[in-house]
Design a protein around this ligand. Structure first.
Ligand code: ADP
Ligand code: MG
Ligand code: MG
Length: 887
């Protein structure tokens, strides 16, 4: 097998082997676009080099053969003294890693060929400018000479001639600068700049291979989830020159605006420039549209190439091009990155232009993008100055005053001030401050740092790794690059979607997408983004096989869930029905001496709960509502043990005896647990406290009967939490059925109320077959199932263990965020298979947080679930991802 392919040999499908850039160059060559000739060294060669540290055998000969062909085709030899062929050596991995790896231009120039190039082009300045560029790039990339040393070599010439950039120097000054650069190279590396063009080429190829493993590139891959073992391809390509005067230049172009999705001509152009000059920001570019007047013929040719590429790739493309004395060359293309809003708009535009189908449009947007569009955001039309930029670690738009430690954050928040907590990095000690803050900023670490993980878990805005900001926590201040100082109490705005921090207040506007959902699908909308989202979502609804329900405990949530497209309530928690003023009744229930007192307490709770259910069933008319019987540990409904002990002790000391308080204290002591989450909760409560589940069932059945009697269409279901085995389920089911029969006789309403269970204890998954014989449905409680399968206390580990685990790549993402398919997923698969085998009518859903996670929904679809249930705000995301899972 070969390690080298000519651009004429490959295609866009081969990005594994040729890298994205190489595959794109090959594809454009096939399409007949004006691409300078060249060849690609495969990622396989890079992988071999990285494991052995040596160029794999045979590679040098292959490179020589391909170079020979290139020289023959162009009629010039690499680095020839009279008329040199020059080449670039460009990195290009399968996934684009912008600015992470290296490229070296103008290879083949040396002390002799620079004169040949000058003579042949008739342009001394151009030839020496190119040599200067080669020396700089060689020093930086191959030898890793620090930038300061290179700057120091050049700066005397800048000073003499009063210029700021090397291009502006007169030719003799550039010649002197080249001498100085060669001096730095010799001094730094202990040997002269290699004059042999073939040696230059080989060293450059090695340097590009190595650039795959720089810490910078490794960090980037970790953050973007790109595997470490892919390696980069290397593209060797004949140079074309944008630095040959004002009739030449270089630029970048997008076939649509990657920020908004607006169709049109987007990009930047720079006259008399080469390569990186456009993006380096040192010189001022002009908008691409101005090329129309600068060079109309090349402009028209570029537009034609852009349109050809967009039609060919059937997507937004971004393009690098160079014009050499009126001749256009395309140097790179790829399907361009874009914002979430642009993704939706472009997908729908391409459908309307007949380039892609709605199925393809659905595949090109993601639930994560939709989730981003549903956050409130900063108003775009502001001119608040940017303070710094970092890694967008947790989305949201937070405005608040700066605080430099946890205590101050808490103090300011307690005084009613919204706070932005700024730290170098966070540790578990910062947790209270993070809870108090609206937004979190760190100057170190990326998307998997402690701050990022914890902020995402709490749903707080977070920007990490703002390395241009220097924090002095003791002095309670930070300094941004340029010397701008931030002191405690200064107002900041933090954009967790883009990673931008502004100095001052930026107005926050609600998401137009959410506003649209809130208005209901018939809202009269003209916003193109909103219409695009709506069209894609409707298509997802047509395609998906997975139902989407919502987790909602209150009528208000239930109504919102419906507006967002939920087809039912998959989890209606009932714990709030025992809180507030009803606590006293719960206390009475616990203290009851004998069945009569107990019944009295239950009788008082009944009408209250019946009213709660009536409201929810009315709000969800026509749709199923899965009511989960009381689940949390009992102590959560009782007074705190310490508080109560103190109260009783004080009463006693003051001679006030209160027998009720004494009894309550004794009961609370009796029920005190070391591990409440593994104790008296869920189905165990129902079995240990007689009458509790019967009360809830009666309230549900009576409410349902009343709504039905009033003409409503009620579809309640009763769900038992924390079941671990079939005996528990049978016992509880029997009790529930008895109540249902009684209420049916009393009310004359015979309602079919399904009885099912959560599967959230590993044992339940393993006993699913037996449990399914006593259950009409399963609903996976993946939060508890993850907690219990991993033995991770969810409330603790995200702050203490996960940052280290993520850093060490024990897992790539928190298992509470995205379902652990191999472990917890395996239990899900077992339970689905054995449950369905035992009970073919079994309905199966999931109601943990994972039900709304874009990274987990496709698993639930594959596992054959009937529906996912998630928080109302996640319902559109789940609809979209369920649609994507089906196309
Ligand atoms: P990156 O992947 O960082 O964009 P590139 O390999 O694309 O790096 O190269 C950096 C710059 O040099 C780009 O602007 C590219 O267009 C330019 N360039 C690369 N090869 C050549 C060439 N053969 N002739 C002219 N310009 C080139
Ligand atoms: Mg590029
Ligand atoms: Mg649970």
């Amino acid at each position: 097998t070969s390690f080298v392919f000519d651009f004429t040999e490959g295609s866009k499908e081969q990005s594994d082997l040729l890298g994205g850039k190489g595959a794109g160059l090959a594809e454009m060559t096939r399409l007949g676009l004006p691409v300078p000739p060249g060849f690609t060294i495969t990622t396989a060669a890079c992988r071999a080099y990285l494991t052995t540290g040596e160029i794999p055998s045979g590679l040098s000969a292959e490179v020589a053969a391909h170079l020979g062909r290139l020289e023959h085709e162009l009629g010039r030899a690499l680095g020839d003294a009279e008329d040199p062929l020059l080449v670039s050596v460009r990195s290009g991995a399968k996934f684009s890693m912008p600015g992470m790896m290296e490229t070296i231009l103008d290879i083949g120039l040396n002390d002799r060929s620079v004169h040949g190039l000058a003579k042949h082009s008739g342009d001394d300045h151009f030839a020496w400018d190119s040599y200067r560029r080669l020396l700089q790039m060689y020093a930086r990339t191959v030898l890793e000479v620090p930038d300061e040393l290179l700057q120091a070599a050049m700066s005397p010439e800048y000073a003499v001639h009063g210029v700021a950039t090397p291009e502006e120097l007169p030719t003799p000054a550039i010649e002197r600068a080249c001498g100085a650069l060669k001096g730095v190279i010799a001094q730094y590396s202990g040997r002269e700049f290699p004059q042999d063009p073939h040696e230059q080429l080989e060293l450059a190829i090695r340097a590009v291979f190595r650039s795959w493993s720089t810490p910078r590139a490794e960090l980037y891959r970790r953050q973007e989830g790109i595997p470490d073992d892919l390696g980069t391809a290397v593209n060797v390509m004949a140079m074309v020159f944008g630095n040959r005067g004002s009739g030449s230049g270089t630029g970048v172009a997008f076939t649509r605006d990657p920020a908004s999705g607006e169709p049109g001509v987007y990009g930047d152009y720079l006259q008399d420039a080469q390569g990186e000059d456009v993006v380096s920001g040192v010189r001022n570019t002009v908008p691409l549209a101005e090329l129309r007047t600068i060079d109309p013929a090349s402009y028209q040719e570029l537009l034609a190439a852009m349109s050809a590429l967009e039609h060919h790739y059937r997507d937004l493309c971004d393009i690098e091009f160079t014009i050499e004395r009126g001749r256009l060359w395309i140097l790179q293309t790829r399907v361009g990155k874009r914002t979430a809003a642009a993704a939706f708009r472009i997908a729908v535009q391409l459908v309307d232009e007949g380039l892609i189908t709605l199925d393809e449009a659905l595949a090109r947007v993601s639930g994560t993008q939709l989730a981003h569009l549903m956050f409130p955001r900063f108003d775009s039309g502001h001119d608040t100055p940017v303070l710094a930029r970092g890694v967008a670690a947790s989305p949201g738009a937070a405005v608040g005053v700066a605080a430099f430690d946890s205590a101050e954050a808490q103090r300011l928040a307690a005084a009613g001030q919204p706070v932005i907590l700024i730290r170098r990095e966070t540790t578990p000690d910062d947790l209270p401050g993070m809870v108090a803050a609206e937004g979190i900023v760190t100057t170190r670490g990326g998307k998997t740092s402690h701050a990022a993980v914890v902020a995402r878990g709490m749903g707080k805005t977070c920007v990490c790794g703002v390395d241009t900001l220097t924090v002095d926590a003791d002095a309670r201040r930070a300094v941004a690059s340029g010397g701008v100082e931030i002191v405690e109490g200064d107002l900041l705005s933090v954009d967790g979607l883009t990673g931008t921090i502004y100095r001052g207040r930026v107005a926050v506007v609600p998401s137009p997408v959410v506003a649209f959902f809130e208005k209901g699908a018939d809202g009269n909308e003209t916003d193109e983004l909103v219409t695009a989202v709506d069209r894609v979502l409707r298509h997802a609804d047509r395609r998906r096989r997975l139902g989407v329900h919502a987790n909602a405990d209150t009528p208000a949530d239930a109504r919102r869930a419906r507006r967002f497209g939920a087809e039912g309530i998959g989890l209606c928690r009932t714990e709030h029905m025992f809180l507030g003023e009803r606590r006293q009744l719960v206390e009475q229930l616990i203290l009851a001496e004998g069945p009569v007192e107990q019944q009295a307490a239950l009788d008082q709770l009944l009408p209250l709960q019946r009213a709660d259910f009536t409201e929810i069933f009315t709000a969800m008319d026509g749709l199923p509502v899965t009511v989960r019987l009381i689940d949390p540990p009992l102590h959560e409904f009782l007074p705190d043990l310490t508080d109560l002990s103190v109260r009783v002790a004080v009463d006693r000391a003051q001679g006030r005896a209160d027998s009720d308080a004494d009894r309550l204290l004794a009961a609370v002591r009796r029920m005190h647990e070391m591990n409440p989450m593994l104790g008296l909760r869920g189905v165990r409560l129902g079995i240990v406290i007689p009458g509790l589940f019967a009360l809830q069932t009666r309230a549900i059945a009576e409410a349902a009967a009343a709504v039905a009697a009033a003409g409503g269409d009620v579809r309640p279901e009763i769900m038992v939490p924390l079941v671990a085995g079939e005996q528990e389920m049978r016992l509880v089911r029997h009790e529930i059925e008895q109540v249902l029969t009684t209420v049916a006789a009393e009310t004359g309403q015979r309602l079919a109320i399904r009885i099912g269970t959560m599967i959230e204890v590993p044992r339940a998954a393993l006993r699913a077959g037996a449990i399914a014989r006593a259950a009409d449905f399963f609903s996976f409680g993946t939060n508890d199932l993850t907690q219990l399968t991993w033995a991770f206390s969810r409330d603790d580990v995200e702050a203490t263990i996960f940052p280290r685990y993520l850093e060490s790549r024990i897992f790539a993402v928190s298992p509470f965020e995205t379902l652990d398919r191999e472990g917890v997923g395996r239990l899900v698969e077992i339970a689905v298979a054995e449950g369905r085998a035992a009970n073919p009518d079994l309905v199966i859903g999931v109601c943990g947080e994972h039900g709304g996670d874009p990274g987990s929904i496709d698993f639930f679809a594959q596992a054959g679930l009937d529906y996912v249930s998630c928080s109302p705000f996640r319902v559109p995301v789940a609809r979209l991802e369920a649609g994507r899972a089906a196309v």
